[in-house]
Design a protein. Sequence first.
Length: 92
Amino acid sequence: MIQGNEFVMLVIGVAVFSFSLAYKDEMKRIPQGTTLRLAFYVFLFGWVATIAEGFFWGTALNYMEHLCYVCSSLLLVAWCWKVSFGSKAESK
């Protein structure tokens, strides 16, 4: 069963994804932006999985959803670490 808040998060995530594709050149100015975008894309896949689990493969997609959330969180921590403690040469 799909909850309304899950659907809204997916819609917002797809909108941000579209924005990130439309402004790809401008987003390259973000330090270590590749890691940050990857964290978002994995998180977005988790949102897709939470909607899809309402239709088929409920248990498997539930595990995939939570695995995506963990991986995305670790990528976000890695991005924060690189931006905060990485050398200036690495941030470009």
